[in-house]
Design a protein around this ligand. Structure first.
Ligand code: 13P
Length: 253
């Protein structure tokens, strides 16, 4: 991390804690996060818990994110949620293009770009997820895949947009096998170099988070990399103590 970008630790609860237990988890995080010390802390509950978790966290330093949204403002899209609805429920962030959305629900680079533009237009801060599969890494295609995913959204971004990018290698998600700090830094640096081709200001302003089996015992090493500006945490964000230990790792010594 560099001193110019605020570190971000975001918890992606995925399809867990969609009701009362989400409020309990949020309340525990709020209670024990005595002082975020310059770290931006975000939780992403399922849609059904968004409003209640937002109310639970009202007045705290913890922000709330949706896990997905539709690009349209409203309309006949059964089962979908708009950016304005997320905002109304208390979200200020939205995770877009998570690999589970891309792999299991057919999301494309073009669709993720459309959603990113729509989120920004609505005043929501997107966390755009990118990452290669194990087969793509083994085939030496990591940079091709990841940089193409980033390139797809670059035109929608501006230095002051408030967005973030999350590099989440698919082989590291939920596997307990995190990228090493060197592997993460290598990809993050390439992402930042790509952003710099658009503008140096955009590259400098964009927080690039790492996600994939981030745990209290590996967070400090990952977060100490110059181009790793935070973490998008899955499993470990479901336990307030583990999540807050990762937030503490972002403070530095
Ligand atoms: P895990 O931390 O469980 O590997 O999940 C990472 C992730 O997908 C966050 O979005």
């Amino acid at each position: 991390m560099t001193s110019t970008r605020t570190p971000i630790i975001a918890g992606n609860w995925k399809m867990q804690h969609g009701g009362r237990s989400g409020c309990e988890l949020a309340a525990a995080i709020r209670r024990d996060l005595a002082d975020p010390r310059g770290v931006s802390v975000v939780v992403a509950p399922p849609f059904t818990a968004l409003a209640a978790v937002s109310a639970e966290l009202d007045g705290s330093a913890i922000s709330v994110a949706g896990q997905n949204m539709h690009a349209a403002g409203s309309g006949a899209f059964t089962g979908e949620i708009s950016a304005a609805m997320l905002k109304e429920a208390g979200a200020s962030w939205v995770i877009l293009g998570h690999s589970e959305r891309r792999q299991l629900f057919g999301e494309t680079d073009a669709g993720v770009a459309e959603k990113t533009g729509a989120a920004l237009a609505a005043g929501l801060r997107p966390i755009v997820c990118v990452g290669e599969t194990l087969a793509e890494r083994d085939a030496g295609r990591t940079f091709d895949v990841v940089l193409a995913q980033v390139a797809a959204v670059t035109a929608t971004l501006a230095p002051s947009a408030g967005h973030a990018i999350a590099y989440e290698p698919v082989w590291a998600i939920g596997t307990g096998r995190n990228a090493t700090a060197a592997q993460a830094e290598e990809v993050h640096a390439r992402i930042r170099a790509l952003l710099a081709e658009t503008s140096v200001a955009l590259a400098e302003a964009t927080p690039i988070l790492y996600g994939g089996s981030v745990k209290p015992d590996n967070a400090a090493a990952l977060l100490s990399c110059p181009n790793v500006d935070g973490a998008l945490v899955g499993g470990a964000s479901l336990d307030s103590r583990q999540f807050l230990a990762i937030v503490a790792a972002a403070h530095g010594p």
